[in-house]
Design a protein around this ligand. Structure first.
Ligand SMILES: [Zn+2]
Length: 116
């Protein structure tokens, strides 16, 4: 996080979350918590419908935030921690595999920098 304040990131995150909730038909309230993690990009608690996002990744850009939120929201929608066929089918409706490869590479590079 450099240029933007945490508050402005939270606004962006809320907009992304609401848009995907609508598109995926997730009616329940979903909470997002931003914390600092050394190795994890994002994860979710399916029972409490809470998505946790690594604060260190916020400034990687909106596409990265979209991917992280969408990914975790699909877990919540399907009520599974697994990446099954249905999971990938929904994900690929919104973000192409090529795009995901680039986003995941950027995330890995950033996480490596935190560890060193
Ligand atoms: Zn996952």
């Amino acid at each position: 996080m450099r240029d933007r304040s945490l508050e402005s990131f939270k606004e962006v995150i809320k907009k992304i979350l609401d848009a995907y909730r609508l598109q995926l038909g997730v009616d329940e309230d979903v909470k997002i918590k931003i914390r600092r993690y050394r190795t994890r990009a994002a994860f979710s608690n399916i029972k409490t419908k809470t998505i946790y996002i690594n604060k260190e990744l916020l400034d990687l850009g909106e596409e990265t935030l979209k991917y992280l939120i969408l990914h975790e929201l699909i877990h919540i929608k399907l009520n599974t921690k697994y990446h099954n066929g249905e999971f990938h089918s929904i994900l690929s409706r919104f973000i192409s595999p090529e795009e995901i490869t680039i986003i995941r590479r950027n995330i890995s590079e950033r996480l490596l920098k935190i560890k060193s």
